[in-house]
Design a protein around this ligand. Structure first.
Ligand SMILES: Nc1ncnc2c1ncn2[C@@H]1O[C@H](COP(=O)(O)OP(=O)(O)OP(=O)(O)O)[C@@H](O)[C@H]1O
Length: 303
């Protein structure tokens, strides 16, 4: 009932096809990261789902119904689209009270969500005095107002400081753990990897991947370790016996591809080779994502 179903969804703005025959589901109980470079069609998909733009063809439904057909839409779906859209002259509390009245949500929810979003102390201040991060928190408070089963958050970490990013990560995890459907867009792979269980990747309006985060990492980032040792000669020959190569890196470090730290550490211990430092490298995840999306980036032009 809280699933999102996107079927053959297409949106054209004049000659631009912003969303191109997109099909995927977003299910409850996990955080789904909606990834893609700028202009890939993430915001447009969310707007179509919320009935804010007219669909060219295909369908976008929530529990089998279009957003505009839902009996109490704001109690079923909470969205953060553009955190800058709140009226600057009002206080945060008044802004939320107006939204609550429009959505037929009890006004006491306003205090709950102010608290939940960490802006209770600033509730009486005018929104125009808010920083980008505070506006973002206010937008999230508004999305939570109707206690919805489905949350659509477009780039929610925009403007948040590191503490805010950790907060939103935990908030999304707890909302998903309560059985809600959480779709969060981002153009950053590493940020999404830290918060999502599942990934939907777009490039130029098309679906490039719909996979669990674990599978994405497993399939796309070949393991590699970085290490320091006092005995590179013995380590090199131990690795060579396994068909692996010790490659020199800057600063007296070494790297080995196609092996994880755990495995290499156990091997070195068995052979009595001292290691001073040993870490898994995960940088290749961002590289894999950039590879996947590069050829679909609108400005990666072929001239
Ligand atoms: N109202 C509009 N009129 C014309 N073109 C539009 C409109 N809205 C979006 N587009 C175009 O549709 C494409 C997809 O844009 P969209 O904003 O959905 O991408 P996005 O993945 O959300 O990117 P971003 O991360 O920059 O928000 C872009 O080429 C954009 O220029």
């Amino acid at each position: 009932m809280n699933s999102i179903e996107i079927r053959e969804l297409t949106k054209e703005f004049g000659r631009t096809r912003a969303v191109d025959r997109l099909t995927f589901d977003v299910v409850p109980g996990r955080v789904t990261g909606f990834l893609g470079p700028n202009g890939a069609g993430k915001s447009t998909t969310m707007r179509l789902l919320l009935g804010l733009d007219r669909i060219t063809s295909g369908t976008a439904t929530i529990g089998g119904r279009r957003f505009t057909e839902l009996p109490d839409p704001l109690q079923q779906v909470g969205a953060l689209l553009d955190a800058q859209s709140a009226h600057g002259g009002r206080t945060a509390r008044d802004h939320l009270r107006l939204l609550a009245a429009a959505a037929r949500v009890p006004v006491r929810r306003v205090e709950d969500v102010l608290e939940q979003a960490g802006i209770a102390a600033a509730a009486g201040r005018r929104i125009k005095t808010f920083s980008l991060g505070m506006r973002q928190r206010l937008g999230i408070a508004a999305a939570l107002l109707g206690d919805p089963g489905v949350l659509l958050l477009d780039e929610p970490t925009n403007g948040l400081d590191p503490e805010g990013i950790v907060w939103i990560r935990e908030l999304m995890r707890s909302l998903a753990a309560e059985g809600r459907t959480v779709l969060v867009s981002s153009h950053l792979m590493t940020e999404t990897a830290a918060l999502a269980d599942h990934l939907v990747v777009l490039g130029q309006g098309r679906l490039l991947a719909d996979t669990s985060m674990e599978e994405f990492i497993e399939a796309r980032s070949a393991p590699r370790v970085r290490l320091r040792t006092t005995d590179p000669i013995r380590l090199r020959s131990a690795l060579a016996r396994r068909g692996l190569e010790l490659v020199s890196a800057e600063g007296g470090r070494w790297t080995v591809a196609d092996i994880r730290a755990e495995e290499l550490g156990a091997m070195a211990a068995r052979e009595g080779i001292p290691l001073l430092k040993l870490v898994d490298e995960r940088a290749s995840l961002e590289e894999a994502y950039l590879d996947l999306t590069a050829e679909h980036a609108p400005f990666a032009a072929t001239h």
